[in-house]
Design a protein around this ligand. Structure first.
Ligand code: FAD
Length: 329
């Protein structure tokens, strides 16, 4: 496939059989290939790799055979990266994201196989961490990994992709299906902020790791927290105090102060002012825990949830479009 340049950006796409397809607006959903925005338009790329060191991943799967479906993804640190296990209905997937400067591929694979002896269909992927300067350039909108990628597994990738699709549809409706530079500018600004929030959040895990191997100490030194710098500064003085949440974060921050504080408290990042809960605080906390315990006890199991989802009929994607998403007549 080849992207053809034109005055408006991309003039057409030549398929492998020679056929040329033309459109008014192109969506680049080609993953790491970035065929239109990268190869075609040569939009400058900003790599996050100086701060995020994992540049390769080894992935595998095995068929589920009676193992209970876990309610979460599990992650374990290794000396040159981290391994994960994700739960799916019929298969279990695993992977090892690592820095090739700190761990040889064969050692990364050996570690993965040791942790997940049933893993099969093993393959190696190159990770391209970073983002294009803009995702909407001329008549091309890049979405998902074609526009940006930050660390595997975070679930943030599909979320950013979904937001971009929603904004794209809404932008076209609001702009009467005309590509307007004003909308494009705001779209890019909003998208950049979302990707950078994702990067800064994941950098917290590296910044506050307490391992001693070269990969982890280098990750700690190089982590870039961007807009989270004032959040961590305040945390180091006061602890997880949410009094200034409205000035510390952007109005549309997708994660919220609790997400950042959870990582820092979880990683045992220290703060200056000692906190000693009063008797009243302890009682409130006990009540909160009790409420959560009761909710958890009455929750559905994963198997029950899956059965309900499978028997629920068409999901939101197949239902008729809401008013905001309907095509303009
Ligand atoms: C190792 C790894 C593990 C991950 N784990 C998780 C996870 O557990 N949970 C999670 O939420 N997210 C995870 N992610 C992130 C998630 O995979 C991405 O956010 C998501 O796949 C992005 O979707 P996409 O459609 O933009 O790109 P992709 O899924 O990469 O899809 C791009 C598609 O374009 C096709 N394509 C490219 N070039 C051409 C061409 N010339 N002709 C035809 N087709 C072409 C490719 O074959 C591919 O099918 C992971 C990512 C990686 C790399």
């Amino acid at each position: 496939m080849e992207a053809l340049r034109g005055e408006m950006g991309i003039a057409g796409v030549r398929l492998d059989d020679g056929q040329v397809l033309k459109a008014d607006l192109y969506v680049d959903a080609s993953g790491f290939e970035s065929i239109l925005v990268g190869e075609g338009l040569k939009v400058p790329y900003q790599s996050f790799s100086p701060a995020l060191l994992c540049d390769k991943a080894i992935v595998g799967t095995w068929p589920r055979s009676g193992e209970a479906i876990g309610p979460h993804t599990s992650v374990r640190a290794t000396d040159g990266g981290w391994c994960w296990q994700t739960e799916h209905e019929t298969v279990i997937a695993c992977g090892h994201a690592f820095s090739s400067a700190h761990l040889k591929e064969e050692d990364a694979e050996r570690q993965l196989r040791a942790l997940y002896p049933k893993a099969a269909s093993i393959r190696v992927l190159k990770l391209k961490q970073g983002r294009y300067e803009n995702c909407w350039v001329d008549n091309v909108i890049a979405i998902g990994s074609a526009a940006a990628f930050v660390e595997p597994l975070a679930s943030a990738g599909p979320a950013v992709l979904a937001f971009a699709c929603q904004w794209m549809a809404q932008s076209l409706v609001d702009g009467d299906r005309v590509v307007r530079p004003t909308i494009r500018k705001q779209f890019n600004k909003r998208w950049r902020r979302l990707v950078e929030t994702e990067r800064d959040f994941l950098s917290l895990f590296y910044k506050y790791n307490n391992r001693s191997e070269p990969f982890w100490s280098e990750s700690r030194e190089k982590a870039q927290l961007g807009d989270l710098e004032p959040v961590v500064k305040l945390y180091h003085e006061l602890g997880p105090d949410s009094l200034h949440r409205h000035t510390l974060l952007h109005e549309n921050d997708p994660l919220g102060l609790e997400a950042y504080f959870s990582v820092m408290v979880g990683q045992k990042a220290p703060w200056d002012i000692p906190f000693e809960p009063t008797q009243e605080d302890r009682e409130v906390w006990q009540k909160v825990q009790e409420t959560w315990r009761r909710k958890a006890e009455s929750a559905l199991t994963i198997e029950e949830t899956l059965r309900m989802m499978m028997s629920a009929g068409p999901g939101p994607a197949q239902r008729p479009m809401g008013r905001a998403m309907q095509p303009v007549a």
